[in-house]
Design a protein. Structure first.
Length: 326
């Protein structure tokens, strides 16, 4: 990994952690609806990607492809569920939960494409699952905590977006600007359609439909459709979408382009710990409520991170062995 690649990877990790903590603070401080907040964020994050790529005309054709809409919807849903989970758990916990996408993706690719994990990868997947079980045990309400279901759905949507992106006919090249523009178009189109739909539905509602974030036994939070028209919502979401969401997405693309997906995954594995550090700083600055880390939570995160890195090591070893015999 080159020094430039390492710097971009670290900048990406810091940017994502900052985005998560800032988003959590805004949700709590202004009682923002997480679903609408994320949809607007992604729409303007997508506009940011289109603006810096300067290749809008070349990717508008992508709107005719069903892959575009499927990918965009999956990304919006995954991000919205992740953001909604921040109402119930810490940013660090949400980051640790994100590692469950590793065994999820292995399962999906094994079932759909018969890409079985190697024997050396299996212990890593088991370790991650055990870490998730331990992590859930530390949450208030354990399995009845809405964050558990939100994060599970979020990570399934992440895996779905990865599968869709792999087969998108216009996502096969290595040009960073084209990829940025394509991702931007997919996000803007999907988010805009969702936002228009929510705005239309809001005309037939009389008031908020959300539930209390402190009621652990309630159903998952509903969308507060009235916030579609909130100036505070729009100002906060646009600011975060352009300055953090769009920047983070582009940095991720650039990092993968510079160091490869495996090195990127290895670096970004430290994201939850970076989020934890930012949460502690935010707590000292009175930006977030008290966020004292639970030792068992940290242990669960370490276990899941170790499992993820073990899988990465197994895949690198498999790749080197295949290269040696080719």
């Amino acid at each position: 990994m080159t020094p430039k690649g390492l710097i971009v990877c670290l900048a990406t990790m810091v940017s994502w952690a900052f985005l998560i903590v800032i988003s959590k603070g805004l949700l709590l401080a202004y009682n923002l609806d997480p679903w609408i907040f994320t949809i607007i964020q992604l729409m303007f994050g997508g506009l940011f990607l289109i603006a810096i790529s300067r290749k809008l005309g070349a990717t508008m054709e992508a709107l005719k492809s069903p892959y575009t809409w499927a990918y965009g919807i999956a990304r919006v849903l995954s991000a919205a569920c992740f953001t909604a989970s921040l109402l119930y758990i810490s940013a660090a916990n949400a980051g640790f939960f994100g590692l469950v996408s590793v065994p999820f993706s292995a399962l999906v690719f094994a079932v759909l494409f018969f890409r079985l994990p190697s024997f050396l990868e299996i212990p890593g997947h088991i370790i991650i699952i055990l870490g998730v079980v331990l992590l859930v045990s530390t949450l208030e309400g354990t399995y009845s905590n809405p964050a558990v279901y939100l994060m599970v759905f979020s990570e399934f949507a992440v895996v779905a977006s990865v599968v869709i992106a792999e087969f998108h006919p216009q996502n096969q090249g290595d040009d960073l600007q084209e990829r940025a523009s394509l991702s931007g178009v997919m996000l803007v189109a999907s988010a805009l359609i969702m936002l228009i739909s929510l705005a239309g539905l809001s005309l037939f509602t009389d008031g908020p439909a959300t539930q209390s974030a402190t009621d652990w036994t309630s159903n998952l939070p509903l969308i507060d459709l009235t916030q579609v028209w909130s100036p505070t919502m729009w100002l906060a979401a646009i600011a975060v979408g352009i300055t953090l969401r769009g920047v983070s997405m582009f940095l991720s693309m650039q990092a993968i382009n510079l160091v490869g997906s495996q090195n990127y995954v290895a670096t970004i594995a430290a994201l939850p710990f970076t989020s934890l550090l930012f949460e502690l700083i935010a707590d000292k600055a009175d930006y977030l409520p008290q966020a004292v880390p639970n030792p068992i939570t940290i242990l669960a995160g370490v276990i899941m991170t170790a499992g993820s890195l073990g899988i990465l090591w197994a895949r690198q070893r498999k790749f080197k062995a295949a290269a040696a015999f080719s």
